[in-house]
Design a protein around this ligand. Structure first.
Ligand SMILES: O=C(O)[C@H]1O[C@H](OP(=O)(O)OP(=O)(O)OC[C@H]2O[C@@H](n3ccc(=O)[nH]c3=O)[C@H](O)[C@@H]2O)[C@H](O)[C@@H](O)[C@H]1O
Length: 446
């Protein structure tokens, strides 16, 4: 029908503009031309429409889950940039990594997304250490040095955690992972991080933090049994909220960056999956997490590297030279919060995509409750590195940064038993020790 409409639209279109009135013979030739170009157009449109229908038919989203040899299998070949070839060997390693050890009290089998990332690698190791089954997933993107991710992955491998090299948006792969293993929990830590980078590459935030999240939730809601989900939101959702310390009840509808907006979108999206499908979901708002094996894009990491190289560092400051501050939170404290969130979660209530009753939906701040000015962070690093920084002070640019963050952790303390114990100086000491050991040994930089 749309074809007919389109063609009639072509017929109606004036053949020539202005007042020109063709004579009869000219009009005849003209009509013939229109007819022949119309039929050409018909052929083109038919081919294009058929191609679109064919692509849709083959797309992984249009395919049904778990039916071998159907459209899903064909779909993966079209999505070769994402697709992972699922071999018997890969499946064997996945199943092996998912094995629960006899010392495990919880008997959790956890899929950790972003396992080669900073928080993901620490959480994976902690879960494995206590005997849980752990399978990692990471796409090893180039947002920062892939060698660092590979080094983390080597640590995980030694500990018996296998990390699948694949993307959250590869639905085929997620389906196969869930077909191979019955995951009791998903610790979703894969994301496009970084507040300021969102101005350079906005689509990467939508791709990971929105589309990737939905893809994962789609697979989780259809799984039988449905896993529990714990995932990383962010302190940045508080945006322009000026009430301190930030409590989960405070406004979080005024994000100051696209990063924050995608994390807030994640909270809304997970709520809808909880509401419709009965998935048990806990969102954790991380406050500027730092520590050994950290992210090279973050200020404490960049400052360490540049102070050691005697390079100038830029410190942002607020109006009237007021200091910018962060509630820096040490990695080990955050890991404890993550694990406690997994352990205190109630089961999802749905199965096979159908909700059977109301399910748990929780959001917690995981911060340190003690904001420290960025200038103080720099002076601690100067002391630890025994080197004076070359500082350049600049007004806080309008790039999504907020002036300060400060967590109220009353709710997490009460319900998760979360109690951070590491102050910034102690945590940075551990970071610096790791940094020097890691990069001197490698004789390379990130
Ligand atoms: O809590 C979060 O949810 C987020 O925490 C982290 O974001 P931020 O708190 O912005 O950390 P980070 O970049 O280390 O900047 C720290 C401070 O240094 C200042 N800063 C930064 C760079 C610089 O060159 N100079 C400077 O003064 C800067 O102005 C800021 O005041 C994570 O990156 C993010 O992924 C998310 O998880």
């Amino acid at each position: 029908m749309s074809q007919i409409k389109m063609l009639s639209h072509v017929d109606d279109f004036p053949s020539s503009p202005g007042k020109f009135k063709p004579d009869k013979s000219l009009a005849y030739i003209h009509r013939l031309r229109i007819q022949s170009s119309t039929s050409k157009l018909t052929v083109y449109l038919t081919v294009i429409l058929s191609l679109i229908l064919f692509m849709f038919y083959l797309s992984p989203q249009s395919s049904s889950r778990g039916v071998p040899g159907t459209r899903r299998a064909l779909g993966s070949s079209l999505y070769s940039s994402l697709a992972v070839s699922w071999t018997g060997e890969l499946e064997r390693r996945v199943r092996n990594s998912a094995q629960v050890k006899s010392n495990s009290e919880t008997r959790h089998v956890v899929l950790v997304t972003g396992a080669a990332g900073f928080v993901g690698s620490h959480v994976s190791l902690a879960l494995k250490r206590r005997g849980d089954g752990v399978v990692g997933l990471d796409n090893y993107n180039h947002y920062y040095d892939v060698n660092l991710k590979k080094s983390r992955q080597k640590l995980l491998e030694k500990a018996g955690v296998f990390v699948v090299n694949g993307d959250l948006n590869d639905k085929d792969l997620l389906d196969k992972l869930f077909d191979a293993v019955v995951f009791t929990h998903v610790m979703h830590l894969a994301a496009q991080a970084g507040v300021r980078y969102a101005m350079q590459n906005p689509s990467s935030y939508i791709n990971s933090n929105v589309a990737g999240l939905v893809n994962l939730l789609e697979v989780c809601k259809s799984a039988n049994p449905q896993p529990v989900i714990v995932w990383a939101s962010s302190s940045s959702v508080y945006g322009l909220n000026s009430k301190v310390p930030f409590s989960e009840k405070d406004r979080s509808d005024q994000p100051a960056s696209l990063y924050a907006a995608t994390k807030k979108a994640g909270e809304a999206i997970t709520h809808s999956y909880n509401h419709i499908y009965g998935l048990s979901i806990t969102g954790l708002r991380f406050f500027t997490v730092y520590g050994p094996w950290g992210r090279p894009d973050m200020a404490y990491f960049v400052f360490t590297k540049d102070i050691l190289r005697r390079k100038e560092i830029t410190i942002y400051e607020g109006a009237d030279h007021s200091s910018v501050a962060r509630d820096f939170t040490y990695i080990d404290d955050v890991v404890k919060g993550c694990i406690s969130a997994l352990d205190t979660s109630k089961k999802s209530t749905g199965s096979g995509g159908k909700k059977r009753g109301p399910a748990q939906f929780r959001i917690y701040n995981l911060g340190n409750t003690s904001p420290v000015p960025v200038t103080k962070l720099v002076s601690i690093l100067e002391k630890l590195l025994k080197t004076n920084a070359k500082k350049k002070l600049l007004p806080l640019p309008r790039n999504g940064d907020v002036k300060f963050t400060h967590a109220n952790i009353t709710l997490a303390a009460k319900e998760l038993g979360y109690q951070p114990t590491t102050d910034l100086e102690t945590g940075l000491k551990k970071f610096v020790k790791w940094y020097i050991g890691h990069y001197q040994e490698k004789k390379s930089s990130w």
